[in-house]
Design a protein. Structure first.
Length: 311
């Protein structure tokens, strides 16, 4: 069982059985408060959102699942879970239904959380109140973007799969290159902690292998449908916070988001990488908190009342 010190992860764990597997999730804050749903990507887990949860939980209900195969959730083999986008979206729907969320929520997404979260959102427009987009995608690879060679190696070759499962190459490398600001060894290790043996690294591999690039790929139809329906969310307030030193989710992805949400509030972070919440630090946490609607007189969290502009 993964156990982090309380000063790093001061939360209570909850579990929901889905498809015979236990999905771990955080449910922090008053149960009758406005909900915030935070969806992580690969190879992170709910730990990625810890500082945002601490900032918001005094006034919001913060719901943060670990996708199956990730974090503190069960890590079934392929015989018991298919690790496909369709199932990921259904899992989130099961969690939201289980928790009885029936009011518009703030959706926060990063990396694979974008495909999963917006895949769910376009089916539940009435449940979306606000959106926070952090270095992610919910549409096919932009025409002016090439698939990074490192991802192609993992997605399409046996040696890539071997390196990820045997040597934890994906999570381990991400814990080095996804940050662009100094970070403690303790935090780096916390990101890789759930992926401590080959059997526990199945999701870090399957997420990459499930990237839909062409029509014949499972999930590509879902991705197209999501992209075609993003316009239904254009009237929802949207904040895009973008780490510009991300070698995967770079300018072509950002430009695509701005095409879909031209009225979005945009925060560019030229010195931040893929783990933009880490690199952006308290300044970014403050800005997301204010966007979500936190009261400036709150004593819980980091909201400081700064203007919603980066600088």
């Amino acid at each position: 069982m993964v156990k982090l010190p309380d000063h790093l992860y001061p939360f209570s764990s909850h579990y929901l059985e889905i498809r015979g597997q236990r999905m771990h999730y955080l449910d922090e804050g008053p149960r009758d408060a406005p909900p915030v749903l935070m969806l992580h990507g690969n190879p992170t887990w709910s730990f990625y959102y810890r500082n945002l949860v601490l900032a918001l939980r005094g006034q919001f209900r913060c719901i943060v699942p670990d996708h199956l195969g990730c974090g503190l959730s069960d890590k079934p083999d392929e015989a018991h879970y298919d690790y496909r986008l369709k199932s990921r979206i259904e899992d989130i729907d099961s969690l939201v239904t289980h928790l009885g969320i029936d009011q518009p929520l703030t959706l926060v997404v990063h990396d694979w959380g974008g495909m999963i979260g917006f895949g769910w959102a376009v089916q539940h427009i009435n449940l979306i109140g606000r959106m926070v987009v952090l270095n992610t995608a919910a549409f096919p690879l932009p025409e002016d973007k090439k698939m990074p060679a490192a991802l192609s190696l993992v997605r399409d070759t046996a040696i890539g799969a071997f390196l990820v499962t045997r040597f934890n190459a994906f999570s381990g490398i991400a814990s080095r290159v996804a940050f662009k600001k100094p970070v403690s060894r303790e935090i780096r290790e916390a990101y890789t902690l759930p992926y401590d043996c080959p059997a526990n690294r199945i999701a870090t591999l399957k997420f990459v292998q499930d990237i839909p690039l062409k029509k014949s790929d499972p999930g590509f139809d879902i991705l197209i449908n999501t992209a075609e329906r993003l316009h239904l969310l254009q009237d929802k307030p949207c904040l895009i916070a973008w780490g510009e030193r991300d070698f995967v989710f770079d300018t072509p992805f950002l430009n695509q988001w701005l095409n879909y949400f031209p009225d979005a509030q945009l925060l560019r972070f030229p010195d931040c990488g893929h783990y933009v919440l880490e690199d952006g630090g308290p300044d970014l946490i403050d800005k997301i908190s204010l966007f979500a609607g936190i009261r400036e007189d709150s004593n819980d969290g980091h909201a400081s009342g700064k203007n919603l502009e980066h600088g």
